[in-house]
Design a binder for this molecule. Structure first.
Ligand code: UDX
Length: 430
């Protein structure tokens, strides 16, 4: 099939290269000419394991190409995917201006029947507006159908998630488009959930917010564990064997971050409000998540008393391991708070250092190893659970520090072992 993907961010590039890998002819479009120029030279502007190779392979095979105008991609394509960003507005609702703009551009370029796929994460009812916009700008009177296929891929394992999805949700209103979408997605071997467009849109927000809720729930349990000296990792293990609960996303820590959960929880609260429902449960999820960051500062103060003038080593800046993404990363917030308290920051991350430099400039010292971050530090705080940190020589680390205080925001170390090594150690909920 001839496919066009509009928006070459995470979702767009992964969708485009994976569909090309499945044998389709794909054109990826972005209005950012610099980005397209980079891609045409074989460079991938984001950090995602395996993506650069997959793009190169499919460009070489002649199945994947890039363009900077929508009309170029849309003409001749049977299916057009909208994968542009929907960043949060100051009030937390999703900014749909990019979705609107490309909908208009697609409509103007339509030269025959097209299936337009809404894949950006959007609030329920967006499909209605996209359809209206498509109709309004449909100068050639082309036939089209709108479909909603939400994307569930995670950063760091995006390609595997796309190639082996847990399910493919297809929101569709016409039999003609349904046949085409089934043809496109059946080969992935996952259950197809075929429904109306609004339900499909809701499935995305409902799923992400549910996962965020699991995390905040465990963080609340962690607070109770701390009050009674229980171990939240064991509580999670005990709960996780219940198949109705499941062990995934029960890790207490510094809270969730990234480009999806914080934005989606906030947007879902907003859309619910607009629809006349006060989503109190999700408001609590947000509050607990914010509180987790504050609790780290509190633990540091409990160990070090005054933070002003102290040096704090930070291990981990990315919002999760195996990515350089620091968007909404708890580490960024925590560092900001520590700087306000007058602490000096020495930070190390295997991939996200440069991105953090963009935020903090010279205000923090970026280190090239965990050892360097620990040297002369009064306290060391683990904020991302990179594998590299699990295998550190902790005796060496202790020897480097000014005082052996470790706050483990991801529970990667064993509290008993840390005590045996002579650390003053605090995890989350244990
Ligand atoms: C998420 C969803 O998983 C994905 O389906 C959706 O399409 C986009 O949003 P992603 O943002 O890549 O993907 O991150 P994910 O791996 O889900 O982690 C989100 C955050 O939750 C991270 O900050 C992570 O550290 C945190 N987390 C996750 C916990 O704090 N505890 C857990 O048990 C699991």
């Amino acid at each position: 099939m001839n496919l066009c993907i509009i928006g070459t961010g995470y979702v767009g590039l992964v969708t485009g290269s994976c569909l090309a890998e499945r044998g389709h002819q794909v054109t990826c479009v972005d209005i950012d000419r610099d980005k397209i120029a980079l891609l045409q030279q074989g460079q991938v502007p984001i950090f995602e394991p395996g993506l650069e190779e997959l793009v190169a392979k499919n460009v070489d095979a002649g199945r994947l190409r890039f363009a900077s105008t929508v009309s170029k991609g849309v003409r001749g394509a049977q299916v057009v995917f909208i994968t542009v960003g929907t960043p949060p507005l100051p009030d937390g609702s999703a900014d749909l201006s990019y979705v609107e703009a490309v909908s208009g551009q697609i409509a103007k370029a339509m030269d025959g029947y097209k299936v337009i796929v809404e894949k950006s994460t959007v609030p329920v009812n967006t499909g209605e507006w996209v359809k209206r916009t498509l109709r309004r700008h449909n100068v050639n009177g082309a036939e089209f159908d709108l479909v909603s296929i939400p994307e569930f891929l995670r950063e760091g394992s995006a390609i595997a998630d796309f190639m082996n999805p847990s399910r493919v949700v297809i929101g569709v209103e016409s039999a003609r488009a349904e046949v085409i979408m089934r043809g496109l997605f059946q080969p992935f071997g996952a259950p197809l959930v075929v429904t109306d467009i609004k339900s499909a849109e809701l499935i995305k927000h409902a799923s992400n917010c549910f996962l965020a809720m699991k995390i905040s729930y465990m963080n609340a349990i962690a607070a109770i564990c701390e009050a009674v000296d229980a171990d939240v990792t064991k509580v999670a293990e005990g709960m996780g064997y219940d198949r109705r609960i499941g062990r995934d996303f029960l890790d207490a820590g510094v809270g969730y971050g990234g480009s999806c959960f914080p934005k989606d929880v906030n947007a879902f609260i907003r859309i619910a409000q607009e629809l006349g429902y006060d989503f109190r449960l999700l408001k609590a999820v947000e509050d607990i998540n914010q509180e987790q960051r504050e609790r780290i500062i509190r633990k540091l103060k409990e160990a070090l008393w005054v933070l002003k003038g102290k040096t704090i080593g930070i291990l981990g800046l990315a919002f999760k391991p195996n990515t350089d993404d620091i968007r909404e990363s708890p580490a960024i917030d925590i560092i900001r708070r520590l700087l306000e308290e007058g602490a000096g920051i020495k930070a190390y991350d295997p991939a996200a250092g440069e991105n953090a430099r963009g935020v903090f400039g010279e205000a923090i010292t970026l280190c090239s190893s965990p050892q360097e971050a620990a040297r002369e530090a009064h306290g060391l705080v683990i904020l991302t659970e990179w594998d590299e940190f699990r295998s550190l020589n902790l005796s060496e680390i202790k020897g480097l520090m000014a005082s052996p205080v470790v706050i483990d925001g991801r529970n990667i170390y064993d509290p008993r072992e840390m005590a045996r090594l002579g650390f003053e150690y605090r995890g989350v909920g244990r």
